[in-house]
Design a protein. Structure first.
Length: 173
């Protein structure tokens, strides 16, 4: 895990191992936590994403940031408490540059988390916002969106996955 002070975050890409780890709970929400969330938000904006999980930035903590429907959410230890309905939307992922997949998820979700101030909050979300929350919470649980698609979908995008893997391996040499 990187330290918040002088932190230089980057987007971790598939198949880097941190993306497969279930992240650790945040025990105390303090200035360091808020700094990490701010750095994550800035990184997400630079890369034109709508969501980012801490492990995508190389940090093994249960933190996510999401911006959708003109709202910014910086959440600590988020968890989905209820799901309802089904929706299939095209999703992209900063950890899989250039790859878009249609993923089936719950149309509506309820989640509980701590705010960046450490206060308990409950959120009800639908459609794109619900999908963004599910995508980012999957990340901090070590689940990637390619885990949510069929074998045939994976087979069709195999050339793209190989290209992403090759770029990741080359960058990490």
């Amino acid at each position: 895990m990187q330290e918040a002070k002088g932190m230089k975050l980057r987007i971790y890409t598939w198949p880097e191992q941190i993306l497969r780890k279930r992240c650790k709970d945040v025990l105390i929400v303090d200035d360091e936590t808020r700094n990490i969330l701010s750095e994550m938000y800035a990184l997400m904006k630079i890369h034109k994403g709508i969501g980012l999980a801490a492990n995508q930035a190389g940090i093994n903590l249960r933190l996510i940031v999401v911006e959708a429907e003109d709202k910014v959410f910086k959440l600590v230890n988020p968890q989905i408490t209820k799901r309802e309905g089904r929706i299939a939307l095209k999703e992209g992922c900063l950890s899989f540059p250039g790859l878009e997949l249609e993923v089936k998820r719950a149309k509506k979700v309820w989640l509980s988390a701590l705010s960046e101030k450490g206060e308990p909050i409950d959120i009800e979300a639908e459609d794109v916002l619900a999908v963004a929350f599910q995508h980012e919470i999957d990340h901090i649980n070590g689940i990637e969106f390619i885990d949510r698609i069929s074998f045939w979908q994976k087979f069709k995008v195999l050339p793209q996955l190989k290209k992403i893997k090759r770029r990741t391996v080359e960058r990490n040499r």
